[in-house]
Design a protein around this ligand. Structure first.
Ligand SMILES: NC(=O)C1=CN([C@@H]2O[C@H](COP(=O)(O)OP(=O)(O)OC[C@H]3O[C@@H](n4cnc5c(N)ncnc54)[C@H](OP(=O)(O)O)[C@@H]3O)[C@@H](O)[C@H]2O)C=CC1
Ligand SMILES: O=C1CO[C@H](CO)[C@@H](O)[C@@H]1O
Length: 317
């Protein structure tokens, strides 16, 4: 079955469901298998990032599927992201070219600024001071954005967007850009439902992509015992009634909110399960009851960056 698409503000079609490619502990071969499985199942939207250090494996999987005639390059929507130590404008084009090349492509469908805060340039992805806090760079993300626009002008990326930006940061880019961001990719799941930021972005024609849509894989920074939406008894009840899995109900709930989820699974059966979400519809009551489960639990909150002036999570949304 072909995945429905969402129109981006530049007219491009964005598959309404994608496949995530974090986390990096996956062996390169398993990442390659995962992406091959995803393409065989029908996923056409792959969410990658230089930070995940597996774009070469993602690229090999794409190449094999194109060579086998399973897909053509144009059928796919491939996203990559610019990491925080490469925000300086002259580094942006360089890193975009690196992701294009590692992925074995001629262009990216979407290139995102991974986080709004710039960190000290150099080889270290997360340079920290003696107290363990990230060392900032003084690059302003508006200057980074200008270089992102150049990536479009140079045809390295068809669309550009942001990730983990709060409403003020999205607005600041919109107020100063030549090319509008098409997407804000943010953490979004039943325990961090982001309804205010989704509404804010939608009103400005910026599509929200949900990262960590199932609540994410457990992180070393998550306090032990952090509740996970995948174990929620209320969602389980809806899932049982509908003979669906909890993951399917969560993914469906996001899609019905107009958000594009990018769940990741290294298991073929779960990848299939996560893809089979277009044959049912949650009722308004079911949507409302999942909305009511919000607990403002953020998994990807980047504690090392809390002192950075552009840390995004100090305001309500
Ligand atoms: N922009 C950003 O800053 C960020 C972007 N991302 C992107 O978002 C993607 C998705 O987020 P991610 O952190 O991977 O978390 P997800 O919310 O996709 O959850 C992944 C976890 O859920 C498990 N899982 C997957 N499917 C099912 C299922 N059907 N039933 C039960 N468990 C399941 C996976 O295990 P298993 O693999 O064993 O199935 C894994 O442990 C990432 O892969 C990445 O591409 C993520 C974080 C931050
Ligand atoms: O994409 C990502 C994957 O998860 C990491 C750890 O939470 C995030 O920092 C990063 O933005």
């Amino acid at each position: 079955m072909a995945v429905p698409t969402v129109k981006l503000n530049n007219g491009c079609d964005f598959p309404a469901l994608g496949c995530g490619t974090y986390k990096k502990v996956l062996l390169h071969n398993s990442m390659e298998d995962m992406v091959k499985n995803a393409i065989d199942i029908g996923y056409r939207h792959i969410d990658a990032a230089m930070f995940y250090q597996n774009e070469d494996a993602v690229g090999r999987a794409i190449k094999e599927k194109v060579n086998q005639g399973v897909i053509e390059r144009g059928d796919l929507f491939i996203t990559s992201k610019l990491w925080n130590n490469y925000h300086r404008p002259d580094l942006v084009i360089q890193m975009c070219k690196k992701s294009v090349s590692d992925l074995g492509l001629d262009y990216l469908d979407l290139y995102l600024i991974h986080w709004p805060f710039a960190v000290k340039e150099g080889d270290d992805f997360n340079p920290v001071d003696e107290e363990g806090y990230i060392i900032p760079s003084d690059v302003d993300y508006l200057d980074t954005w200008k270089a992102m626009e150049e990536c479009v002008e140079k045809r390295l990326a068809r669309s550009i967007g942001v990730s983990n930006f709060n409403s003020e940061q999205v607005q600041r880019v919109l107020d100063h850009c030549t090319i509008k961001p098409v997407v804000n990719q943010i953490e979004c799941h039943p325990y961090l439902n982001q309804l205010k930021l989704i509404d804010f972005c939608m009103k400005r024609n910026v599509v929200v992509t949900a990262h960590s849509p199932l609540g994410g894989a457990p992180r070393p920074t998550s306090p032990p015992g952090t509740p996970m939406p995948i174990n929620d008894p209320n969602i389980k009840e809806i899932a049982d009634r509908r003979e669906k899995s909890v993951a399917q109900v969560i993914i469906r709930w996001l899609i019905q909110h107009g958000v594009v989820p990018i769940p990741k699974s290294s298991n073929r059966k779960r990848l299939e399960e996560n893809f089979n979400v277009f044959g049912f519809q949650l009722s308004c009551e079911e949507m409302d009851s999942i909305d009511a489960l919000n607990k403002n639990i953020r998994i990807a909150y980047f504690p090392k960056a809390i002192k950075h002036k552009d840390y995004p999570f100090h305001i309500e949304f």
